[in-house]
Design a protein around this ligand. Structure first.
Ligand code: 3NM
Ligand code: MG
Length: 516
């Protein structure tokens, strides 16, 4: 017979508890899911008596066989043997792998739960067919989970398995649904090894139409995420600073020519200023904080700025709605984690936002970026100014966060640091007046959104172009004889943002000589 070839793309784990199954029968929901394209099924019953469990398993196996899909039993090797189904899934507290293998034989499919590198390597070494890696995100379906590891934890495990030379198949589990599955697959992938699929409970079992839910999930698993399309296209090999800087005029010109929408969810203090900056760089601003509008606005070819001004439940719900809409549309999102470390609520909100969507660009000051990275050891030193990192450390923080999130990260300061995880640069431009006017950091986010909105050849280059445009305009404005301080600086700054754009559109790139 031999071991059946298994497709791990979309793995349904069942749950017969009331909140999930409701009045429907397990058989009917599983069959609908199979019709929708589920590729593997696990019967997971934590409370049923053995005789009942065997009977349910027999019923399900009759159905899965018709769809040529393997059925695995959670934990219960005896039940799998009794039913003659294709295998089992065992947790760390269940029967050990070698005993299960002895009982079931070489052709059985045996999967093992792993939430740490050690558990994963041990399972691979012991001959597991696949690993169920998790818990990716906290989930109401299973509240006694030991470790919430996020996509970074999954990636770490995948990398270590690849390093050790195992070709064990992998899925991840925990809180996976239609809105995050593509991002989870994308952010979890180690360059040497990606996931073979995802395992879900509620995303299918609790869906009102399990067939449609399964079909949609499978389609999402099998196609690259929309946001990946222009993440790194032509030009991504450009690694030296002069070549990246040389792309700035083309970025500024693209904004000028396409007038992209810059959708800002931002605080009241900076709305007016941010809208004016958007107009000056050639974008079309809309200040719309209500998430219900995002599904329409994201279709207009622009980019979203989430400036984390309000962290009350309503504000957060708005951010998450907009984030989801822009992710689904494949439109860029710029995240400004304002005051990220200031309160525990803000720290929690940062985590929720990071776990809820893909953020193309994260921009913040040193404290904010370190909080987003979870640089807690350093954080304990608090507001003590001696805790400021040196340039090499800042570059490392920015690179680490960008590598983890697979995006572009900007740390603003006297020197700005920018990285896409592979390429990291410092920008020395700017003027102290930027620090004396409220909202300049926020409006840099707006300028970046304008730059990344049109498809650009290189996302990092687009972000660097926005920073250079912004900070060189500030330098030129501050040097004007009519500018005598922060008050007169603001209108002059808007002027110079506008003039740089106009000059660039006319082929005059001389402003760029100031880049440093
Ligand atoms: N195992 P949902 S998390 C069954 O981390 C199970 O090992 C987990 O449910 C693990 O897809 C989980 O509804 C429940 O979030 C996953
Ligand atoms: Mg178990």
């Amino acid at each position: 017979m031999g071991k059946p070839a298994v497709d791990y793309s979309l793995y349904l784990v069942t749950d017969s508890t009331r909140p999930i199954l409701g009045d429907r029968s397990l058989e009917s929901v599983v069959e609908q899911a199979l019709r929708g394209g589920v590729t593997l099924v696990q019967l997971r019953e934590k409370t049923a008596d053995t005789a009942e469990l065997i009977s349910v398993a027999r019923g399900l196996h009759a159905i899965t066989r018709r769809y040529n899909v393997p059925l695995l039993i959670n934990d219960r090797v005896d039940v799998a043997l009794a039913v003659g189904c294709e295998g089992v899934h065992i947790g760390q507290d269940d029967m050990d792998l070698s005993t299960a293998r002895k009982l079931l034989g070489p052709d059985a499919i045996i999967g093992v739960t792993a939430s740490t590198v050690d558990e994963a390597l041990r399972a691979c070494e012991g001959g597991a067919d696949y690993l169920g890696i998790g818990t990716v995100y906290a989930t109401p379906t299973k509240t006694n989970t030991k470790n919430i590891i996020g996509t970074a934890g999954v990636r770490d495990i995948l990398g270590k398995i690849a390093e050790a030379g195992y070709d064990t198949r992998t899925v991840c589990i925990g809180g996976i649904n239609e809105s995050n599955v593509q991002r989870i697959l994308f952010q979890s992938a180690d360059p040497r090894k990606g996931l073979d699929g995802v395992a879900v409970v509620s995303a299918i079992m609790a869906a009102s139409d399990p067939e449609a839910a399964a079909r949609k999930l499978l389609e999402l698993v099998k196609s690259p995420p929309a946001f990946q399309a222009d993440l790194r296209s032509a030009g991504s090999d450009i690694a030296d600073a002069p070549s990246l800087v040389a792309l700035a005029p083309s970025v500024v010109r693209r904004v000028h020519e396409t007038t992209p929408l810059s959708h800002n969810m931002t605080n009241l203090v900076v709305q007016n200023f941010a809208a004016n900056v958007a107009l000056a760089v050639g974008a079309s601003p809309i200040m719309a904080g209500y998430g219900e509008e995002a599904p329409d606005l994201c279709k207009l070819g622009g980019a979203l700025v989430i400036n984390m001004g309000s962290v009350d439940p309503a504000g957060l719900a708005n951010y998450l709605k907009a984030l989801r809409a822009y992710n689904l549309a494949g439109r860029p999102v710029v995240y400004d984690p304002v005051g990220a470390g200031a309160t525990s609520l803000r720290r929690e909100t940062v985590k929720t936002i990071l776990a809820s969507g893909y953020l193309d660009v994260i921009k913040g000051n040193e404290g904010e970026i370190r909080t987003v990275l979870g640089d807690s050891q350093e954080q304990q030193r608090g507001v003590d100014s001696s805790s400021t990192l040196n340039a090499a450390q800042k570059a490392r923080v920015v690179r680490a966060l960008a590598a983890r999130e697979k995006n572009v990260v900007v740390m603003t300061g006297r020197t700005d640091f920018v990285s896409d995880g592979a390429r990291t640069f410092a920008v020395e431009n700017g003027h102290e007046y930027l620090g004396l006017v409220t909202g300049t950091g926020c409006t840099l986010g707006t300028a970046i959104s304008a730059a990344v909105a049109p498809r650009q050849t290189d996302r990092l280059a687009a972000v660097i172009a926005a920073i250079l445009h912004f900070e060189i305009a500030a330098e030129v404005a501050a040097e004007r004889p009519d500018v005598r301080g922060p008050g007169t600086f603001v209108p002059a700054f808007l002027d110079e943002l506008y003039r740089i754009r106009q000059a660039t559109a006319a082929g005059d790139h001389s402003w760029l000589q100031r880049a440093k």
